[in-house]
Design a binder for this molecule. Structure first.
Ligand SMILES: C[S@@+](CC[C@H](N)C(=O)[O-])C[C@H]1O[C@@H](n2cnc3c(N)ncnc32)[C@H](O)[C@@H]1O
Length: 487
């Protein structure tokens, strides 16, 4: 029966291929490129955090007119998060701290207007921007030089972790998601290499998978949540804004607006969501909706807030189920499918559609009459309540088994992780790994606890047949069944 259900990692990027288990991976891509030095290793001495590189960038911002304000509210500076934006005076809540016109944005239009534009027409926006970044990085005289020189060689995103660092994520969904993301980047790289880079060697420098992965990681960490997909854009200077976990306002700190009544230009406008004193860092909330796994993959940090800890349960109607077709129809009529993903959030109750879906998947034996067409309009309502003891017991057993199996895949216990976190002073990547694995295990424990409690209540629950008899007036006050003799 276990085959009806599966607990598996889900992908945050819907376009990823099915995720591969970590055991089949090595830290080297599964293909071999030449031994050419990567663009990063040739061109990026780690000067990006030197104050000299920051000064040069700031001078470029002024010389090019990236910001028009002669007394800007913020200035780039070196901070614990790498580079950041430092208030030059006291700034009040919701005050605009900088505005960047679209001629300084890097997006698909920038690529289209560049010398590689004619090769990049059909590419996904992020792929074309990644190529653009790498090409400009290879050009000594790039007009974007000052900006490219302040980009870090890596962040703490799990995309950049070594195999040893990744081993700290043993058993986690984040590990599978990270490997899935790398697979995805690898397949996009192989495609673009074959179709664009190699046939146009004179236009493109030698680009390795590591270069491409670097660019992907930069784009994910530096793009604003609402400006992804087709609108993918990098906004120099604004992309120096760091995230503060203590800012929890839902209001967006940025907007795109017209540059003026008679102008077709656009401005990216960034506000501070909280008052900031001169000399302090202006920060924003990147995205309240992201899980810790998403924060770790995109940016390389996690938060301690419990609702960032999530676990995704994947449930499936098995194709070998004798009632597969009927069950699939019912699932689809109710907005679900053959496979359904349910995100559990630490400290919160079960996702609403999960129990009906589980009961549907487990439906069989003497309960199968509910799948008959006569019930088609009311079946979901019936599934929202316990169907039968056997059905309810089965879903408890299967979920609890799945939780225990998942829990046994981690290399550490919650207590061991918490001790490490309490000890403090962890390497930032280890801190991410420990936070993620502790969070996932707590969610699994919570799910297991919910179904354990349910198991204890099985004899007290009211099931379909009982409800039906009650509806027909055939059950007395004390739950006794009323019989009567026809006169
Ligand atoms: C949009 S960039 C911000 C600029 C970046 N600090 C830099 O040096 O270029 C996002 C990256 O900044 C870092 N970052 C931002 N907020 C952070 C935080 N609260 N804790 C740790 N790192 C943070 C992470 O490396 C993240 O991937």
């Amino acid at each position: 029966m276990n085959t009806l259900f599966s607990l598996s990692p889900s992908s945050f990027f819907t376009s990823y291929k099915p995720l591969k288990p970590f055991s089949s991976q090595t830290n080297k891509p599964a293909f071999h490129f030449t031994k050419r030095l990567s663009i990063n290793s040739i061109l990026s001495p780690t000067t990006h955090t030197s104050s000299q590189a920051v000064d040069t960038f700031w001078q470029w911002v002024f010389d090019k007119g990236v910001i028009s304000n002669k007394n800007p509210a913020v200035k780039p500076g070196i901070v614990p998060e790498g580079l950041g934006l430092i208030a030059q005076r006291n700034i009040s809540k919701n005050e605009v701290v900088l505005e960047v016109p679209n001629k300084f944005w890097i997006n698909s239009d920038t690529v289209a207007a560049s010398e590689i534009g004619k090769f990049c027409g059909g590419l996904k926006p992020w792929v074309s921007i990644a190529l653009f970044l790498l090409i400009e990085k290879a050009r000594k005289d790039s007009p974007w030089r000052s900006y490219l020189d302040i980009l870090p060689d890596a962040t703490n995103s799990t995309l950049y972790w070594s195999e040893e660092e990744l081993s700290e994520l043993q058993g986690t969904q984040l590990l599978s998601t990270t490997m899935g993301a790398k697979d995805y980047v690898q397949s996009e790289f192989l495609k673009v290499e074959e179709e664009i880079i190699l046939p146009n060697k004179n236009m493109f420098p030698s680009i390795t998978f590591d270069d491409f992965l670097w660019a992907f990681g930069m784009l994910r960490s530096r793009s604003f949540s609402r400006l992804r997909g087709q609108n993918f854009v990098l906004i120099p200077l604004a992309d120096l804004i760091n995230h503060s976990p203590s800012i929890t306002t839902q209001d967006s700190a940025y907007e795109i607006k017209g540059a003026g009544l008679f102008s077709r230009d656009l401005l990216f406008s960034l506000r501070t969501p909280v008052p900031v004193k001169a000399g302090e860092q202006v920060m924003i909330q990147y995205d309240l909706e992201k899980s810790n796994a998403e924060l770790a993959l995109d940016y390389g940090f996690v938060e301690s807030r419990s609702n960032r800890s999530r676990y995704t349960l994947t449930l499936q109607i098995s194709e070998s189920d004798p009632f597969f077709g009927d069950k699939l129809d019912i699932a689809e009529t109710n907005g679900l499918g053959e496979t359904a993903y349910f995100d559990f959030i630490l400290g919160e109750s079960l996702p609403p559609a999960m129990l009906p879906y589980l009961r549907l998947v487990a439906l069989g034996g003497t309960d199968a009459f509910l799948l008959e067409s006569i019930f088609s309009n009311s079946i979901w309502g019936h599934l929202e309540l316990p169907v039968s003891r056997a059905n309810e017991e089965l879903i408890c057993q299967v979920i609890r088994d799945a939780c225990r199996t998942a829990l046994s895949g981690y290399g550490t216990t919650i207590e061991e992780d918490e001790k490490l976190l309490e000890g403090g002073n962890l390497d930032p990547r280890l801190e991410v790994a420990v936070g993620i694995r502790a969070g996932e295990k707590k969610v699994l424990d919570q799910i297991d606890g919910i179904f354990k409690d349910r198991e204890l209540e099985l004899d007290m629950l009211e099931y379909y047949q009982e409800r039906r008899l009650k509806d027909l007036g055939l059950v007395g006050e004390q739950g006794d069944i009323i019989f009567w003799e026809p006169k």
